[in-house]
Design a protein around this ligand. Structure first.
Ligand code: IPM
Ligand code: MN
Length: 378
């Protein structure tokens, strides 16, 4: 446990980012009520809107602040018309830049359906997507693959124009994320809903791509030698998209290269009630950044309307990561309290925002969860 408390660098970012982050911090404060607060929260400006106003992506001291903080919380980045001179998304520094700069090699996306949450095929007579069947975590490689910043354009503008992205898959990058997935499977309490077995599923396109062949070979080698007690399972990414929707109960931990992981994690979000519930942890050896992954939704911005639960889950992921890193049992206890309060609020159905067919506002949802936290024993 850190005596001095925890420094959290917060980047609310664009669009609805500030609205959901405001509720996330409300919930964090509620957890500290009735006891000493371990939190030192500092907010920094940045993102696409900041870029349009100031000509740079974030405050000059922001990167150093993110590096020295114990954890980073990001709201959302991206704004219409906010593009860097090279065509990249303005605000990328806050997400892709931190992943690269802080070497946050594992993107951890839990996908759990809580009782009281509806999804788009709710009400069907098949019970496949019931809460008891959806409880998996996707671990996405987060620093290389097609996201390697080695790309460009040749013969720009002419008929012979060429656009190039380079797919890089390294031994170091693959081994560390594969180990991360197996370690996570080892720690998970219940295994896959289908049979309670601990398993890691490797999702790739190794029937075609060399990088994927290497990824799967590495998965097999490390799994067999270092994690023989954990089941190994395989899926080509195209087939996986069907299997995930048909039989989510089969999955415990899933590991995938970056680009494919980006796609399947959003697909998986449908199972958990939509992007309004999807949070992600970006984890490295020394640093971590936590985010709701829904983006800035410009059309809803400023309306106090969007679902803040993804941010509550991001805060929960942050508490669990800090608790483990600093062997802080008190913080682990607060993470359990937060999850219990979230689960109780969702089950009661009193904080349903528009995406869930409800009328609660963003701040109503934050108030309900904060109240539920205060009712949970400390
Ligand atoms: C995600 C997002 C990002 C990504 C975007 C915002 C660059 O889609 O975190 O999944 O592509 O990784
Ligand atoms: Mn994505």
């Amino acid at each position: 446990m850190k005596d001095a408390g925890y420094d959290v660098a917060v980047f609310a970012g664009d669009g609805t980012g500030p609205e959901v982050v405001r509720e996330g911090l409300k919930v964090l404060r509620a957890l500290a009520d009735g006891g000493p607060s371990p939190w030192h929260v500092r907010e920094y400006a940045g993102g696409g809107q900041y870029f349009l106003a100031r000509g740079r992506e974030w405050e000059p001291e922001a990167e150093a602040a993110a590096r020295s903080a114990d954890a980073v919380l990001v709201g959302a980045v991206g704004w219409p018309g906010a593009t860097l001179p090279n065509g990249d998304l303005a605000g990328r520094a806050l997400v892709l830049g931190l992943r690269e700069g802080l070497d946050l090699y594992a993107n951890v996306r839990p996908c759990k359906l809580y009782p009281g949450v509806t999804h788009r095929i709710s009400g069907s007579d098949r019970e496949v997507w019931s809460p008891k069947n959806v409880d998996l975590v996707i671990v996405r490689e987060n620093t290389e693959d097609l996201y390697t910043p080695a790309r460009g354009r040749l013969r720009r503008g002419g008929e012979t124009e060429v656009a190039i992205d380079t797919r890089v898959v390294t031994r170091k990058g693959t081994e560390r994320v594969v180990r991360f997935a197996f370690e996570l499977a080892r720690r998970r309490a219940r295994g896959a809903p289908e049979d309670g077995a601990r398993r890691v599923t490797c999702v790739d396109k190794s029937n075609v791509l060399e990088g994927c062949r290497y990824f799967r070979e590495t998965f097999d080698r490390l799994g067999a030698t270092e994690y023989p007690e954990i089941g190994r399972d395989y899926a080509y990414v195209d087939a996986f998209t069907q299997w995930l929707l048909r039989s989510p109960e089969h999955y415990d931990v899933v590991v995938a290269p970056n680009m494919m992981g980006d796609i399947i994690t959003d697909l998986a979000a449908v199972l958990q009630g939509g992007m309004g519930f999807a949070s992600g942890a970006n984890v490295g050896a020394e640093h971590a950044m936590f985010e709701p992954v829904h983006g800035s939704s410009p059309k809803h911005a400023g309306k106090n309307r969007v679902n803040p639960f993804a941010t509550f889950f991001a805060v929960e992921q942050m508490l669990r990561w800090l608790a483990e890193r600093h062997a802080d049992g008190g913080l682990a206890r607060q993470a359990d309290r937060l999850e219990a309060a979230i689960a109780r609020t969702l089950a009661a159905g009193t904080a349903r925002t528009y995406d869930q067919g409800g009328t609660a506002t963003t701040s109503d949802a934050g108030d309900r969860v904060a109240t539920a936290i205060r009712e949970e024993p400390r």
